[in-house]
Write a protein that binds this ligand. Structure first.
Ligand code: SF4
Length: 77
């Protein structure tokens, strides 16, 4: 079974970060998470990103789930 984390249940993307900085205080690696999320947003969340994610949730993910179930049926052959 495929695990798609943020695209399955809750809306989750770098663009949702409001730069509050709370996560940085807990990071054991002292990463500047808000800054990195800005980079991720700029790199991956191009115009049309939200439409693409909606399409993936409604069409792509159900398709991948069905295909993975079919593949699982044949895994012992
Ligand atoms: S700065 Fe960190 S805690 Fe705050 S919204 Fe962004 S990711 Fe979440």
């Amino acid at each position: 079974m495929y695990d798609c984390r943020g695209v399955t249940n809750k809306k989750a993307s770098a663009g949702l970060c409001n730069q509050c900085g709370r996560c940085s205080t807990f990071c054991p690696q002292f990463l500047d998470i808000p800054k990195e999320l800005k980079v991720v947003k700029k790199e991956f969340e191009k115009p049309g990103f939200n439409h693409m994610m909606t399409f993936f949730k409604k069409v792509g993910l159900p398709f991948v789930t069905k295909v993975s179930k079919v593949i699982d049926l044949f895994k012992d052959f």
